[in-house]
Design a protein around this ligand. Sequence first.
Ligand code: UDX
Length: 452
Amino acid sequence: MNSRPVDARLRRPERLSIVGAGYIGLPTAAGFADVGYEVTCVDINEEKISQLQAGRVTLHEPGLEQLVQHGLRTRRLRFSTDLASAARESSIVFVCVPTPQADDGSADLSFVEAVAAQLARVVHPGTILVTRSTVPVGTASRLREIIGRSDVHVAANPEFLREGSAVRDFLHPDRVLIGAVEPQVQRRLAELYDVFDAPVVVTDIPTAELTKHAANAFLATRLSFVNSMANICEAAGADVHDVMRVLGMDPRIGPKFLAAGPGWGGSCLPKDTRALAHVARELGEAFTQLESTVASNEQQFDRVVSRLAQHLEGGCAGRRIAVWGLAFKAGTNDLRDSPSVSVCRRLLAAGASITAHDPAVNATAVASLGVDYAETSIGACFGADALVVLTEWSEFANVEPASVASAMNGKVVFDTRNVLDANRWTDAGLTLLRVGRGSPDPLNDAASANAA
Ligand code: UDX
């Protein structure tokens, strides 16, 4: 981590408050402090704030702890539980509190609204209140009503941070999106980002709010398309990886975000797709394509279990399943809406028992899930009837297939993330199933032989 001094491109010495010290707020606060702004990061969780004041970060986010420690050393980054004092000292306040999914699929804005109501009582005239969490279109107008002050500005600056690379994404953004009404607010927010080498797009607030939802809905739709193609490939004896490799060579499509898997998940894609579908229905413009993107992802989770059941005589009931990977993707310890957790729940409902291992997730985090935890990959396999790989941690590729074969009771290995070397694993006498690859899969081979 570099320890650069205040960046020479800093236009204006703004004092910033970041409300919420989570996956979005913390990289935002530490990143802004790193380039030279005076930042106070506020959270209601006293324990979290005292850990952060001591330079300790519990999120599994590469580079974040070093960035926080550097901010503390330069004294440009401070942590506090006192929202009123921090906001009174700030010219711009970023709201980075959670917007979880409500029961009807909409975004629950109660945390954002509560923060806005508190800020309304304390901020100085001219303060800019910026939503950075993902919020549905129309949120800024709602906040304006809650604040009820014409001397306080409201704006949107949606984040595009990916977990596992949030620090890099913050310091080297592809693009910065600002939604604001008043020209001086647009200018001040745009100037805040002059220090980053990134295109800054300034637009109106509803456009900015909707763009963030559109980005995540598009990514989710892309993945559901890839997974549906994978299923067709399985039936046809084709290889989805080659299909996507060739699609990705078309510059209009591009090679990223084309990996088939057990279904997509995480803290953003599931809730944002549902929230946009909900908003669309409310606006009288039902987004049927997005609704089927969401539905087909649920079917993808089901499919992992049904395909496994086909290969276990008598199905999954009473079977011991080893699971490798619980996090929603490699590089994080986040279990929120994890595809692995969705599949585990289905396996448990089908009567299986599970022993799981994940390099970044500990036993305490999975206690409520109803799965046993193993400290090692091999430890999860002892006596298992089948092994399912559900997160793409690269270390799984280095496990010796022969030692897995001798630890397991059965022979079925379902690599839903394409991390295992097919030849090595089949050479060890194991039956390897993969997503979107017709072969080597005895059932599909048999099906094509029968068809021939
Ligand atoms: C996402 C967006 O990418 C980011 O721009 C936004 O700000 C927040 O939401 P994140 O939730 O960190 O980021 O995860 P992402 O890397 O997008 O992965 C989401 C899910 O898709 C994971 O379950 C991942 O395993 C899956 N995925 C991703 C695939 O199955 N195949 C791929 O090719 C890529």
